[in-house]
Design a protein around this ligand. Sequence first.
Ligand SMILES: *Cc1c(COP(=O)(O)O)cnc(C)c1O
Length: 391
Amino acid sequence: MTEWNTRTKLVHEGIRRSQYGEMAEALFLTQGFIYPSAEAAEARFISSGKDEFIYARYGNPTTRMFEDRMAAIEGTEDAFACASGMAAINGALTATLKAGDHVVAARQMFGSCLHVLKVLAGFGVEVTLIDGADLENWRAAVREGTKICFFESVSNPGLEVIDIKGVAEIAHAVGAIVVVDNAFASPIFSRAVALGADVVVYSATKHIDGGGRVLGGVICGTKEFIRGPVETYVKHTGGAMSPFHAWVLLSGLQTLDLRVRAQAASAAAVAAAAEGSEKLGRCIYPGLAAHPQYALAMAQMGAGGTMLGLDFAGGKEAAFRFLNALKIVSISNNLGDAKSIATHPATTTHKNLSDEERAVIGITPGLVRISFGIEDTADLVADVMGAIAAA
Ligand SMILES: *Cc1c(COP(=O)(O)O)cnc(C)c1O
């Protein structure tokens, strides 16, 4: 690990150059590797060195460059690349848990993360879902035998900010580990490891790609955790990242800091312009002083992030009028893209929840989630404000 700052690491960390001395990260699009002798093959299956690979499901030079760069940015000893964000979340949780173990999780999270917890509950893992914004709820829910405290540090889509340091103290006191899904905060606004998180998981599909091209995920943690239970579980169950995707994501990482800061600046500008509109019941942005965790967001992330929630007082009809009036912002369900995207969670990403489940986590029929891209800020303000007027 070097002493470089993040923007330098994003460009240079983890590069492995071949004998050709290529400038750009090489794409090793190969499933397998040749051994010079039968003895060498036998030796590699016993233990493989830094530049020795066996099979792309276990590891690959391009994928390893991505893993090393992610670990360097996140400040962890190691990282394991996965086929998608969900493969990473499933990997981090399932590799750690067995029947009878207890998990405490914040209930406001991505629908597929809730689904993984439901699957684990079916295999005998006890899951307690809480309102994660209040540390008292974590204190009340953990106990001896709690293995994992799991949450999104900016939640999807409610944009709730959770006190990572506070949860880590509570979790560590009972011997539990803290797993944070940081897709919304992005590695740029994540200080999760410095604040006490043990494992940080990303959907690389989002800000890390930044071009809406490939699926990917990554689990960051200690060498013991990553090369122990995580690698063993993911490599044997097929959740490995494609080397081609790792190659795309390495190029995405180079511009991550530049993109995410520009995206956050536009989100903040639109939030400031939209706040107070009589069309809105709520304008949800962690960088607005009115946000319930504003002080925490500033201390923990140093910014409000790239995502904004607009809750239309006129419900679903007003939300749909807004969406249909947007000219630059596309209606889609990804986020973190260079192109701005608006989503109606109640009818798309969080459709599978019941009305009560949605209500309890603040997903109202009028809620629209916007992921800001890197278009011109003034153009984005005009587009969103024009569509609010049309709602
Ligand atoms: C998108 C997302 C995921 C899942 O990532 P995929 O790459 O789509 O599998 C998990 N958690 C959060 C918070 C997300 O936004």
